[in-house]
Design a protein around this ligand. Structure first.
Ligand code: ADP
Length: 307
């Protein structure tokens, strides 16, 4: 195989109580990439459609992640990459992760799969380091493994791919405002109280147990963030109203996607997820902020080949 076209899913990171450790892949929104073998060493990005992003290999997360893979490979040639962007950069649904994971997943396929999925997570994290200054794995892990993932530890890197209940749907609304990742990191406190810690890890355990047992009520009860959301949500206009109306429309729970400004909800069944979308939209229509909405089944496969 000389060339491959792949779908690179959007992802929700953090997931309320799971700050920096939990993530999930979506089905209904994602980028596409074409990766092609070339005889010359290195990586060239020849085309980016849908958004203004750097074509220079070292400035694009796809290039940086790809170079990290090449460094560990004995392949003598290189790759040419085309990126078709659908996920807006800075929206909080893993735009950079889609490109870095798509690049390395496609390269691994073209090379006959010499690397494990965990290796690909490590290469993609180099792309995340370029995008945000931190080599985090909570978006790249679900994009590569599919479904929900838990980054149990960074050192050594330990990623657990978890099951997704069949009828679980995500609704994501992206209000068209800019929240700089650096600002949303800056507002965070570096210390937490023991009381908050106890509540938070109770919910993380509850959420994980709910995913394994398809217990939708338990998932809903556990989608609470006592630590980050109360502070970060201040940067997202309308957050509290969106959350209230989503829950009133039947959502299991609602929180900030990644570092925002996107807001996600989980629902049991597509019908409820669509009702939740309507209720979330109404809030931004009232405030007068433009938005994009996505209703999506959980993507259990992660990145996949498209014809
Ligand atoms: P999101 O908030 O949606 O997860 P990120 O903040 O992770 O998005 O990444 C966006 C940043 O990464 C932007 O500064 C963007 O210029 C940079 N970037 C570099 N290459 C890419 C790429 N191929 N796709 C998306 N963003 C990229």
């Amino acid at each position: 195989m000389e060339e491959i076209r792949v779908f690179c899913p959007a992802t929700i990171a953090n997931i309320s109580c799971g700050f920096d450790v939990l993530g999930v892949a979506l089905d209904a929104v994602g980028d596409e990439m074409v990766v092609r073998k070339i005889p010359e060493k290195g990586i060239i990005i020849t085309k980016i459609e849908g958004q203004e992003l750097p074509l220079v290999t070292e400035k694009n997360v796809a290039g940086v992640a790809g170079l990290a893979l090449l460094k560990q490979s004995n392949y003598e040639g290189g790759f040419e990459i085309e990126i078709y962007k659908k996920i807006k950069a800075g929206s909080g649904i893993g735009s950079s992760a889609a490109s870095s994971t798509g690049a390395v997943w496609a390269m691994n396929e073209l090379l006959g799969k010499p690397f494990t999925t965990l290796d690909l997570v490590k290469f993609s994290m180099e792309g995340e380091r370029l995008a945000s200054g931190v080599a985090h794995a909570d978006n790249v892990a679900p994009a590569l493994f599919g479904g929900f993932t838990l980054v149990r530890s960074y050192s050594p890197l330990d990623v657990i791919a978890m099951p997704s209940p069949q009828a679980l749907y995500a609704t994501v609304i992206h209000p068209q405002i800019e929240v700089k990742t650096a600002d949303s990191r800056k507002v965070l406190k570096t210390n937490i109280t023991l009381a908050d810690g106890i509540k938070q890890w109770g919910n993380v355990g509850g959420l994980v147990a709910g995913l394994y047992t398809s217990d939708y009520d338990l998932i809903g009860r556990s989608l609470i963030d006592h630590i980050v959301e109360p502070i970060r949500s201040i940067l997202i206009p309308g957050f509290n109203d969106v959350k209230k109306s989503a829950e009133k429309a039947g959502a299991l729970g609602c929180g900030i996607s990644g570092s925002g400004p996107s807001i996600f909800s989980f629902s049991k069944g597509e019908e409820t997820a669509q009702k939740v979308a309507l209720s979330m939209k109404k809030v931004y229509q009232t405030i007068g902020i433009e938005y994009d909405v996505h209703v999506s089944k959980i993507n259990t496969e992660g990145i996949k080949k498209v014809s």
